[in-house]
Design a protein around this ligand. Sequence first.
Ligand SMILES: C[S@@+](CC[C@H](N)C(=O)[O-])C[C@H]1O[C@@H](n2cnc3c(N)ncnc32)[C@H](O)[C@@H]1O
Length: 274
Amino acid sequence: MNYRHAFHAGNFADLVKHAALLELLARLQTSNEPLQVFDTHAGRGLYDLTGDEAQRSGEAEAGVGALMAAGDLPDALASLRAAVSQLNGGGEASLYPGSPLLVAGRLRRGDGYLGCELRPQEHSALSEALAGWPAARTACADGYVEVPKRPVGGGRTLVLIDPPFEKSDDYDRCVGALDAITRKTPAAVVMIWMPLKDLETFDAFLRDAEDAYGRPLLVAEARMRPLTDPMKMNGCALVLANAPDGFDAVLKDICGWTVSRLGDGGQARVWTAA
Ligand SMILES: C[S@@+](CC[C@H](N)C(=O)[O-])C[C@H]1O[C@@H](n2cnc3c(N)ncnc32)[C@H](O)[C@@H]1O
């Protein structure tokens, strides 16, 4: 396991995923029902953009740097910008919140969060980042195994599946987790993040996910450039089960802005796979 999210924190793909995550939370918290959030691959929770990894990759500057400076931001990305600004005390974005911190900051009384992180070093940083949020718990565990076996009581459930995709079985394990989670909790909202490299891999994943889930999936693609080089991450996609009504319009705004402002001749697409 070599993947270190610190190289990529705050890049275009994090903006797409985290803006969508905050918008999902807002919709799932409109009722008084408690919300349980599960993060199968949590990362370290908080990223220092002045650190060596972020500086070497330059990905945050091209991503969250542009987000903070944008004069034409759609509403769907405004909550993310506000969260980054708040974390940095209104000053320059030198810190970036991962999914655990974004969720923890929005938990109401009765809500809960569980973030799984397999790497002990990342897990220990995660525990530290969440120290001030008692309703946000962590496990140093394999999220594909741990999350599907967690009991889910009443209320609403949101699951983020956000693997590094450094192993070829990540696609199959995402399908397995989607299947297991939605069998146990049919109304769970599940959002899977994935890189877009070539269309064959993505199409094969979608076919397997459709077969396993058996109901329509909402798909949002931010293709940052034409998908001509399968060795590159040419964009990213979100695949959602049980997306709230009207969420396609939110995803269109998020992916549309990201592709048009940060991309290079790419395309945003939001559609239903059935
Ligand atoms: C893309 S990062 C997660 C980023 C995080 N969800 C966010 O949005 O801030 C993926 C993380 O998963 C961890 N990881 C890899 N395999 C795992 C597994 N099977 N279970 C839990 N964590 C895993 C990696 O160490 C890495 O920190």
